[in-house]
Structure formats: structure tokens, C-alpha cells
Design a binder for this molecule. Structure first.
Ligand code: GLY
Length: 393
């Protein structure tokens, strides 16, 4: 071999080495991320996020690198403090408890806000979660006062709490399936105060929803509109699904969680049957993705190119850990564990460099309004952390 060809060979060898070194490693989207790595990767960001009494982090838009913040009156405001309470329970680290206790009082004024049914989301996911880790008379008082306010939205003729106040010209008395989630606040207010009014109101609301919100196949309508004089159903429509007859994934999730939780407080088998039938619809749907994360609406014709909704998966996973304690069918635990395994991978956990106080990507907030599409949203994290806690328990 000539000296020249030897030099050339060496050069090729060196270039090969360099290219080996610099070639980016292909990202393995399915590699499991441990709980310890989650702490470093993401939990820390929630702790470090600066206190803001009027701006609760709700979602993050990667394209603009913007953290979307909301005031306490927004339905999602309670989730961020709730996430910190969850993180304290998961890690045992006092710093999370201290931070949660700093954020939570910013929501107290909502106990007098009678313009919304979202009292449970706001107050129960914050103050209520705080009560799970420590006795606190002031927190209990906030829960009972909030229940008093929420109760003003109950209509005897309809047998339900009014959900929204907008669209009054077309919706006389709208009730959305999401409203089932607010019943937990009422049940707890009765436990705390001994006043059965709240518990009884929650049961009537659950019965009315049971009678009118569900289809034969176990799926739920989003909005049912009632006549306030006769209590008759006037319309069954959607606000956040793709059409009135479709199955909006998060709506299905609220129903499954809502009836599982209502069974916990009442032991009425009708609620358990409702939760199980709706769970079957969800689990057996041919459009449910292999990894368990649903598309935002089961009936989007763009499937399989439709966006996903991680929040629907985390709500159902959390509900299924509870449902599995009431029913032996292994499919509930199987789904819940699968979802947590699949979420704890680089496909769903936000990368360390994303400087926003969220954990999971790929939720869809309001598709019809093209709002919060396929991005991190605070309530997906809330039910993810709750599911992790329930899995451990
Ligand atoms: N409760 C509103 C939603 O689920 O988007």
C-alpha cells in the first residue's frame, strides 16, 4: 500500500469515527421513564414556577413558547395547586406541601362565585386535596361555603345543577356531563358539615343525568338542555365534541369518573352499572388507540390522523384504579397500568428543556374552537398524578 493510500485510509477511518460520534442517537420514544427521572425532568418545574395570585398555569403552547395563565374564576384554576398537593403525597418532600399551601388560598374567593358550576374543579381539587394531607378547619369551611354557593344553581323542577350561564337565548337550562365531577364537593360538604342537603342534591343530579345523558351504547351526550318549568328534556347537543351525536372523549371520561366516584359515596348499584357500561363503550371502541390514549373525539372522521387527548386517558385511568376496587374484572387495572406505562415515555413526557410547569404533552382542550390543540394541559397532569397515587395505594 502506498503512503498516499495509507493516508487516505486513515482519513476515511477518522471521518467514520467522527461521523459515528456526531450522528444523533435516534430517540427511543417508547423507553420507560422512571418516577425518579420524572422528578428531575418535570416535577421540579412545578415547584420552581413563581407564585402568582391571579395567573394559574393552564396550558403551554410550544409554537409560541407561551404558558397560558388564567384567573381563579377559570374552571381549571384549582388543578395547579392540586398538582402540588399530589406531588407532596407522591414524593413526601415538604417543599411541595409548602408550595401547595401558598397557592391554594389564592382560590378562596371562588367560594362566593355563583356564576359557575365548576366549583368542584376549582375548590375541591385544591382545598379538598389539601385536606387529604392535613387536617385544616379553614379548608373545611371553604368547602362547605363553596357547596352552599353551588347549591344555588340547583333547579328543583329539573333536578339538576345548572352548568353554564352563556347561550341563554338558545339553552334554557344546560347541563353538561362534566358537571358530574362537581358532585364530590357536595358529598364532602355533607361529610364535613353533617348537613345532608348537599348529598341529597348530588344524588338527584346524578339520577337526572343517569336518565337523560346516556345513549343505548353506553356513550354520553355532552349537553342536555332542560325546560325549567316542566323539567322536560328540550335538546341533546354538543359544545366540545365534533357533532351532537359524537362521543367526545373527555366527556366519556368525566362520566366514567363521575359515576365511579358517586358510587363511592352512595353504594347505589345503578351508578356502578353506569360506570361499567360507559367503561365498556370506551374500552371496546374500535377507534381507541393501541396505546390506550384516545383521539379527542371517537367519531372524528380524520382518525387515525386526528389529535389525541391525553387528559381523557388520565381521567379514565384514575377512575379505573377506583373502579377496580368495586369490580373484579381485570380489564380496569390492565388499562390503567398500560396508560401509565405508555405515558411515562418520551413520546408523552415533556423534554427537560421545556421551561413550563407541566408534565405531559398531547392533550386537546377545545377542538371546535381550535384552542389548546395537542399540547400540555394542567388537568391531564392532575389526573395522571392522581392515577400514580392510586396505583401506589
Ligand atoms: N369541563 C370542561 C372540559 O372538560 O373541557
Amino acid at each position: 500500500m502506498t503512503r498516499m493510500s495509507l493516508v487516505a485510509l486513515n482519513l476515511v477511518f477518522i471521518l467514520a469515527l467522527v461521523s459515528c460520534k456526531t450522528e444523533p442517537k435516534e430517540k427511543d420514544n417508547t423507553a420507560a421513564i422512571s418516577i425518579d427521572s420524572l422528578l428531575q425532568l418535570r416535577y421540579q418545574k412545578l415547584l420552581e414556577y413563581p407564585l402568582d395570585s391571579v395567573g394559574f398555569p393552564r396550558s403551554y403552547t410550544p409554537e409560541t413558547n407561551k404558558i397560558n395563565k388564567v384567573p381563579s374564576k377559570d374552571w381549571t384554576s384549582g388543578f395547579f395547586p392540586g398538582n402540588l398537593w399530589h406531588l407532596y403525597q407522591l414524593t413526601g418532600m415538604d417543599a411541595y406541601k409548602e408550595r401547595a399551601a401558598e397557592w391554594t388560598p389564592f382560590l378562596e374567593k371562588e367560594k362566593f362565585n355563583d356564576r359557575t358550576h365548576d366549583m368542584g374543579f376549582k375548590v375541591f381539587c385544591s382545598f379538598g386535596e389539601g385536606l387529604k394531607v392535613q387536617e385544616n378547619e379553614a379548608y373545611k369551611k371553604v368547602i362547605v361555603e363553596s357547596a352552599q354557593t353551588l347549591a344555588t344553581r340547583f333547579n328543583e323542577n329539573v333536578g339538576s345543577l345548572r352548568s353554564w350561564d352563556f347561550n341563554r337565548d338558545i339553552w334554557e337550562f344546560p347541563v353538561i356531563i362534566d358537571n358530574m365531577m362537581n358532585l364530590e364537593l357536595l358529598f364532602e360538604a355533607t361529610r364535613i358539615s353533617g348537613d345532608s342537603t348537599y348529598h341529597n342534591m348530588a344524588v338527584v343530579h346524578a339520577n337526572t343525568t343517569l336518565a337523560n345523558h346516556y345513549r343505548e351504547d353506553g356513550s354520553t351526550y355532552h349537553v342536555v338542555v332542560y325546560d325549567t318549568i316542566t323539567g322536560a328534556v328540550k335538546d341533546k347537543v354538543t359544545h366540545q365534541g365534533i357533532n351532537d351525536d359524537s362521543s367526545w372523549a373527555r366527556g366519556q371520561a368525566w362520566g366514567i369518573y363521575g359515576y365511579t366516584m358517586t358510587y363511592r359515596y352512595t353504594r347505589d348499584p345503578a351508578y356502578l352499572e353506569r360506570a361499567k357500561a360507559s367503561a365498556a363503550f370506551f374500552l371496546e371502541h374500535p377507534n381507541l388507540r393501541e396505546d390506550g390514549i384516545p383521539y379527542w373525539d371517537f367519531d372524528d372522521p380524520k382518525i387515525p390522523d386526528a389529535v389525541r387527548d391525553v387528559s381523557a386517558a388520565t381521567i379514565v385511568a384514575s377512575a379505573f384504579f377506583e373502579l377496580s376496587t368495586y369490580d373484579d374484572d381485570p380489564k380496569y387495572l390492565a388499562y390503567a397500568n398500560k396508560v401509565l406505562d405508555n405515558l411515562m415515555t418520551p413520546e408523552y413526557v415533556l423534554e427537560a428543556h421545556v421551561d413550563a410547569p407541566f408534565i405531559l404533552d398531547h392533550s386537546t382542550g377545545n377542538w371546535p374552537k381550535n384552542d389548546e390543540m395537542d399540547e400540555p394541559i394542567v388537568y391531564a397532569d392532575y389526573y395522571f398524578l392522581e392515577a400514580l397515587l392510586r396505583q401506589r395505594q
